[in-house]
Design a protein around this ligand. Sequence first.
Ligand code: 0O2
Length: 225
Amino acid sequence: METKDTTQWLDTSDPRKFIENTAKFNNLMMMYRCAIREVQTKLEVLNDEFSVENKRNPISFIKTRVKKPESIYRKLQKTGHAFTPENISTLLNDVAGIRVVCAFVDDIYTIAALLAGQDDITVLKIKDYIKNPKPNGYRSYHMIVEIPVFFSSGKTPMRVEIQIRTNGMDFWATLEHQLRYKKGIEEMAGYDKVSRELLECAAAVISMDNEMQRIKDEIGEFHDI
Ligand code: 0O2
């Protein structure tokens, strides 16, 4: 991996250098896409196996993304770091992102534990925003993992951020993200009221998640006989 290259990628004074740097950036993003594929396959295997044994899918769907160049740039800039390959791979944990949306709250912890237990996965960081929701109501289970990816040049450990949440948590987070970031509601008058209302919606989702979990616990897992 080209982590020793400290070239400032935004230097456009030399077009040839700029084209070279663009190719290097694209190569690094390709490596993150490959890391996503590795982790996604592991999740799909777990989901398949679980569905054969328990007659239901713990994972409703998986979404993946590689962080956009402008978001990478902004995140590095915020902490006063230059847009270099070394800084991207050493300072950012979420260039490769996977969102796993589960049916029930206990599925989140099952999937997280099964993944963490695999011997080629190293868990670097966990943020449990389900047990400790953010003050705005955001809930999700975040894991930063490192996984080896085999390229022609050899094995490279790559970091991937995995967000695991229920359909309810995802519904809330997706709409809140749209409202907060896309519409810039933080600047508008009456933002406090909107914040309170979003928190009330989050509370409604918690109560629905808990009720669904309780009903499932009452029914038990689904088997043939
Ligand atoms: P995007 O567009 O989703 O990528 P870290 O360096 O990882 O320790 P960081 O980056 O603050 O610190 O990580 P954290 O707290 O685990 O949250 C990162 C991601 O979680 C965000 O990515 C969002 O996807 C999601 N998230 C966190 N808080 C909220 C929230 O209040 N509302 C919503 N809707 N999503 C949230 P990005 O980079 O913000 O954006």
